[in-house]
Every structure is written in structure tokens, then in C-alpha cells.
Design a protein around this ligand. Structure first.
Ligand code: KG4
Ligand code: ZN
Length: 354
């Protein structure tokens, strides 16, 4: 089945044409137009600018992807959660194409997309691996930090998550105040490679609490206090750290986040005994988190660990097409007239499939 995936929930306009069956996934064409260079100037995504940019590029990108192909069998579009300004552009484009091509439409939840990203590999043509339930997903991105349990097909249950900032948000905000460009996560992790994570003892809020909840705003405040006490301010209102201290600060901050995420995930694995653990979302590109969680889970018998290819850990349309396939193969489409962008759509509110 050929599916056209459309993703525009944040700052990437991504389109992918995929040939997918139960056995294999073949990416026929894909392109992501990133807005990072635009939002960098502001230190974060400006929703109005994002919406305008998505509207400007989405049609040319769809045309480019489809230029050598006939119309697809289905269209899968991110309908939420995300920024309403971006979601609307993707959803309206998908509805228009669905009407024009008379092609069925699937509204995909962005988190469902991230969860399905583990099926994507870098080879253009790769197996569509089937994962046994229960599946525990650690979804970590700029907007989400959640532990989601799927006991069977069609079941998503949130067992825990952040009570305040998402992990990616904490990375981005701290990066901004030490003068690193948006998105700050990758920059912090790059500096962290050369730093000593034991240099600064940052707190690990809620790490030992009895539940699967987390909190990153206290860590952010602790980092801010440390900077106020230890680093001079620049005229841009950011803190200036000498190169080695910058590396040590980044390594210590990253370690605190990784420790909390790993501890909570392992605790959930011990309780729920999933067959598979998935680490997905933009923050899953973090090498320290990937390695630490992989090494820890691999020592727990009966549980396998899965990551998406780095390229597909960030927002992309291939993961939306892969998630859409689960619905399309069962004929679960939505009439284009009824599909609406929902910035607060929770994957575990509406029980769907995996
Ligand atoms: O999933 P994603 O592309 O967009 C959202 O749905 O939010 O995630 C983007 C987030 C940003 O906060 C970014 O800083 C973070 O993922 N991120 C990282 C790394 N790469 C991306 N955080 C830590 N380490 C990284 N290597
Ligand atoms: Zn995302």
C-alpha cells in the first residue's frame, strides 16, 4: 500500500511517500523542510512564523515528492498534538488532496507516529518488524515526556510522565541561557561529550518517588542558580562559561536528565514486564540516553530494546505514514470533512492501535 505521510506539527514541514506492507517498508521519496534557521534568531519556535512558513513550503514539497508517482492509496496526516498554526496547514493540505485525488485520509496522532518510528530504518527498503505486546514507550521530545504502556493492539495507557517541563524543553531552555542556539538539546549533548558529568551535583527531582512521574523544572531552576553563582553575564543576558566549565556543566545537566529518565523507565519495566521497550522522540537522539537505556534494558531478561534510526527520532513524515498504515490496512479512514487539527489530542485518550 502506498501512503503519503504529512507532518507539520512543529517546525518541520515533512512529506514522505512510502510503500508499506506487513512485511516491508520502502521509502519511495521523502523531504523535510526545516525552519530551524528562522526560529534560531528567537531562541525557540514562534507559532505564527511557523504556520506561515509551513503554508509557504508545503505545496512545493508535496509536488516534488509526487512528481514521479501516481496518487497514493491513502494519506496520513498529523492532526495533533502540536502547534495549531502548523497542524492546520498539514491537515488542510491533506484534506484538499484527499478530496482532489479521492483518496482516503487517516488522522494520525503525533505521539503514535513517534512510537511507530522504531519501524523505520535507514535502508530505503527494510523489514516491517512486528513487536510483541506489552510494549512500553518512553516518549521524550520538546513537548512530551511520557511513559506509555500498550498492553495490546489498540491500547495506550499513560503510566507516568513529567509534571512540568518536557525533557527537551529543559535542554532547550538551559541551552538558551548559556548562549547555545535553538534547538539546544543537540548542542548540550555535543559539549557534554568532552565534559565530566560528576562536576556539578544537580538534583534529580522525583527520581525516587513511588510513581512513574518526573519533574524537570526544579532541575532547570537549580541550573539557573548555579549559573548565577558561578558565571558572569553577557550583554545578551546569557551566562558565559569558559570552555571546560561549559563542557562540564552540559555533561552534569545531561546526566541528571538521563538518570531520571532511565531510573523511571527501568522501574516501569520491573513492574509491567514489557516484551519491548521503545525509546522515541527528538530527545531519543541523545547519545548518552540511547546508550545508557540500551545497556540497562539489555540486562533485563525477557525485554528487548528498540530505537529509531537517528534520522527518524526527530519529527518526520515517514513515522506518520508508518503509523497511518496500521489504520489503513484495517480500512479505518476518516472522511476528509471530519478531520480536524487538535493541538491537545492525547494518544491515550482515544484508544487506537499500534
Ligand atoms: O520530537 P521532536 O523533533 O519535536 C517535538 O515533537 O518536540 O523533538 C525536538 C526536541 C528538542 O527539544 C531538541 O532539543 C531535542 O528534541 N533533542 C535533543 C537532542 N536532539 C534533539 N535533546 C537532547 N539531546 C539531543 N541529542
Ligand atoms: Zn515530535
Amino acid at each position: 500500500m502506498r501512503i503519503l505521510g504529512i507532518e507539520s506539527s512543529c517546525d518541520d514541514t515533512s512529506i514522505c511517500l512510502m510503500d508499506i506492507t506487513d512485511e516491508k517498508i520502502e521509502i519511495l521519496a521523502e523531504k523535510t523542510a526545516s525552519q530551524i534557521d528562522i526560529h534560531k534568531k528567537y531562541g525557540g519556535v514562534i507559532p505564527e512564523i511557523a504556520g506561515r512558513k509551513h503554508a509557504e513550503v508545503i505545496t512545493p514539497v508535496v509536488e516534488e515528492i509526487m512528481k514521479d508517482f501516481d496518487k497514493p492509496d491513502a494519506i496520513a496526516v498529523t492532526a495533533g498534538p502540536g502547534l495549531i498554526t502548523g497542524l492546520i496547514v498539514g491537515v488542510e493540505t491533506a484534506k484538499t488532496l484527499s478530496y482532489l485525488w479521492n483518496t482516503p485520509l487517516i488522522a494520525v496522532n503525533h505521539i503514535d507516529g513517534h512510537i511507530n518510528s522504531v519501524k523505520l530504518h535507514l535502508e530505503a527498503d527494510s523489514p516491517n518488524q512486528k513487536l510483541n505486546f506489552p510494549i512500553l514507550s518512553l516518549v521524550v521530545s520538546g513537548g512530551h515526556t511520557e511513559l506509555i504502556l500498550s498492553r495490546e493492539k489498540g491500547h495506550y495507557e499513560k503510566i507516568g510522565g513529567t509534571r512540568d517541563d518536557a525533557a527537551g524543553e529543559a535542554f532547550d531552555k538551559i541551552a538558551k541561557i548559556i548562549g547555545l542556539d535553538y534547538p539546544g538539546g543537540p548542542k548540550i549533548s555535543k559539549h557534554a561529550v568532552d565534559g565530566n558529568p560528576k562536576t556539578i551535583k544537580f538534583p534529580r527531582p522525583m527520581m525516587d518517588s513511588d510513581d512513574y512521574d518526573m519533574s524537570f523544572s526544579g532541575l532547570k531552576t537549580a541550573a539557573l542558580y548555579w549559573l548565577q553563582d558561578n558565571a558572569p553575564k553577557t550583554e545578551n543576558n546569557t551566562f558565559k562559561l569558559e570552555p571546560q566549565i561549559l563542557d562540564d556543566f552540559c555533561a552534569s545537566f545531561e546526566q541528571a536528565i538521563v538518570d531520571v529518565l532511565v531510573e523511571k523507565t527501568v522501574k516501569a519495566v520491573k513492574q509491567y514486564k514489557p516484551s519491548n521497550v521503545l525509546l522515541v522522540g527528538g530527545v531519543s537522539a541523545n547519545a548518552k540516553l540511547r546508550e545508557t537505556l540500551k545497556n540497562t534494558i539489555e540486562h533485563i531478561s525477557g525485554t528487548d530494546f528498540h530505537l529509531s534510526a537517528l534520522k527518524y527520532s526527530m519529527d518526520n513524515a515517514a513515522m506518520i505514514a508508518a503509523a497511518g498504515y496500521n489504520y489503513a490496512k484495517e480500512g479505518k479512514f476518516t472522511n476528509w470533512r471530519e478531520v480536524q487539527a487538535d493541538p491537545n489530542w492525547k494518544v491515550y485518550q482515544k484508544v487506537e492501535n499500534i
